[in-house]
Design a protein around this ligand. Sequence first.
Ligand SMILES: C[S@@+](CC[C@H](N)C(=O)[O-])C[C@H]1O[C@@H](n2cnc3c(N)ncnc32)[C@H](O)[C@@H]1O
Length: 245
Amino acid sequence: MSRLARNDPRQYDDLAGEWWRPGGGFELLHWLAAARGALVPAASRPGAVLVDAGCGGGLLAPHVEHLGYRHVGVDLRRSGLEQAASRGVAVLAGDVAALPLADESADVVVAGEILEHVPDLPATVAELCRVLRPGGLLVLDTINDTRLGRLISITLGERFGAAPVGIHDPELFVDPGELTMHCAKHGVRLRVRGVRPSVPGLIRWLALPTGTAPRRLGRMVPTRSTQVLYQGIGRKQGSRGEVQV
Ligand SMILES: C[S@@+](CC[C@H](N)C(=O)[O-])C[C@H]1O[C@@H](n2cnc3c(N)ncnc32)[C@H](O)[C@@H]1O
């Protein structure tokens, strides 16, 4: 168990070696990043900006680098930002609840596995929507605030090594109805769908001697239930600079 409190972002400094370690502790984040990247359309104009809120080590970079965006990553921890920068992400130190970016400056805002870490969900959603242009796209994934979400992500996830011990605070898990309501307040109609890891990939990863895997042991697949992990996608109302999906 980390000496730090649950969800303390300084844990990511101790875990910095995991971001890109093949088959390492952040393996599932790679699968989620791939699934998230698949929801992002190609840029519809020169100079289009994709803001990656809580970018960590920049795991999204290989999944969007061919799409024509300037990939801007914001995170609290420099240890992650340095690795994101080395993958071609333009990085900014900052809090996702107070993004250091101008209003309506992003064509796409991505919030991957960050909303379950923020103490102020309404403020964070307001920020994500503030920096998004009218017609722009919000793409996110997070953990549901359900008993099953807590069982899988914490009780079992931490027990069997699928999540670093102490990285999540179950109090911050995100109810999709509440999230959808906050997005709607800021002009984004969010649609959600469940995702889960592919079972063979999960078994391969958990059975592996540490750090000996080739990249991508598995992938995320859609599932009817949003009870544990879910993705969200929504366009901000308005037509200026609209992104085609
Ligand atoms: C689970 S990781 C997700 C990283 C990345 N989005 C991905 O999916 O690979 C959560 C990241 O959010 C960052 N973080 C946590 N709270 C934050 C906040 N309030 N503002 C900005 N970044 C934050 C952490 O430093 C960490 O890099």
